[in-house]
Design a binder for this molecule. Structure first.
Ligand code: ADP
Ligand code: MG
Length: 317
């Protein structure tokens, strides 16, 4: 299928006529910023059989690609505005695939209020997609991984492990009687916590956050290393869809796209108020502590006893 007809028919409408996209007629897009804003950028690559299966279908692949990329801006406490798309015109790519792919992007755009401003298209054998997302935050005010302080509480949004259960159901590895469609939806359609990130940032309730893509323990470890603090996590405080599902597998499973963030002890109550006003679950699962080690440690405690961590999470390389 000729490249240009695809772009004209299916991708150009996703620019919604926004002037930054320059009608997809130029070599570049151009983003204007207000004086007190800074541009916040993130890129995600999405490879067949690593991040998705071709059998997931175009709509779900596109939706997850954009959702997970938006989640990176949520972790920074930034507002997503635009994205640029790397699209592989893979062998056997049909017009139907492109139509469904663009419909997947469209629905996420409508939900989060951002639009396409450009991209690139190449012919490949396998499916491979990439998005670079552009957002804004007040100058000098993004959340970072290294900003946790000794004594800060560790909070997490939503449930841990829903997406992992969804993946296991998709792969046919889950034999228990579970709410299949709920968990599959959590796997295919993660919810980037944009409103939470923005509220934490705006109200100075956190300076340190990360989104959980590789697993709760792996991301806690990222924060611990960057902030040079130990992280102590209480297994029984970790929120699951149902506490009877609690398992080590779920906390190193990945793909949750919930936010893990630090909060000053004095602000704990404000976080529960925020949870109410945003209508999301926010749970305190532990705290950061001064480390006596050269390499900061993540400790998992169950009924006060340390449990050994065999696997922190998913490693992409
Ligand atoms: P170049 O030859 O410089 O790579 P292209 O011919 O690939 O330019 O692109 C022409 C226009 O179409 C550009 O504005 C580019 O941003 C846009 N474009 C190309 N591929 C995509 C895509 N996959 N998604 C959105 N826009 C695209
Ligand atoms: Mg090009």
């Amino acid at each position: 299928m000729p490249e240009f007809s695809n772009i004209e028919k299916y991708f150009k409408p996703l620019t919604e006529g926004h002037k930054a996209a320059r009608n997809l007629q130029d070599d570049v897009a151009a983003i204007s910023l207000k004086k007190d804003e800074e541009l916040v950028v993130s890129k995600d690559m999405f490879a067949q059989n690593v991040h998705f299966l071709p059998s997931d279908g175009a709509y779900k692949i596109a939706s997850k690609l954009l959702r997970t990329n938006i989640s990176d801006l949520a972790a920074a406490g930034a507002k997503p505005l635009y994205y640029s798309l790397g699209f592989s015109n893979f062998k056997n790519c049909t017009e139907k695939f492109v139509a469904e792919f663009s419909r997947g992007l469209r629905d996420v755009q409508n939900e989060f209020g951002l639009c396409l401003i450009g991209g690139d298209t190449v012919s490949t054998n396998e499916m491979f997609f990439s998005i670079t997302i552009f957002g804004v935050a007040k100058k000098g005010k993004i959340l970072g991984r290294s900003n946790a302080k000794n004594g800060d509480l560790i909070f997490v949004s939503g449930n841990i492990g829903d997406a992992h259960l969804g993946l296991q159901i998709k792969l046919g590895n889950e034999k228990r009687k579970l709410n299949k469609s709920y968990f599959l939806d959590r796997h295919f359609f993660p919810t980037p916590r944009i409103n939470l990130g923005l509220a934490l940032n705006k109200n100075n309730l956190s300076r340190c956050a990360i989104d959980i893509s590789d697993g709760l323990l792996a991301e806690a470890n990222h924060l611990a290393q960057a902030s040079k603090l130990d992280a102590e996590i209480h297994f029984e405080k970790i929120p699951f869809y149902d506490q009877s599902l609690a398992s080590l597998d779920l906390i190193s499973g990945g793909d949750d796209y919930e936010l893990l963030f630090s909060v000053k002890k004095k602000d704990e109550k404000k976080i529960y108020e925020l949870a109410k006003s945003l209508k999301i679950k926010l749970s305190c699962i532990g705290e950061f502590k001064k480390t006596a080690n050269k390499k900061p440690q993540v400790t998992l405690l169950k009924e006060g006893k340390k449990i050994p961590i065999k696997k922190f999470g998913y490693e992409h390389f």
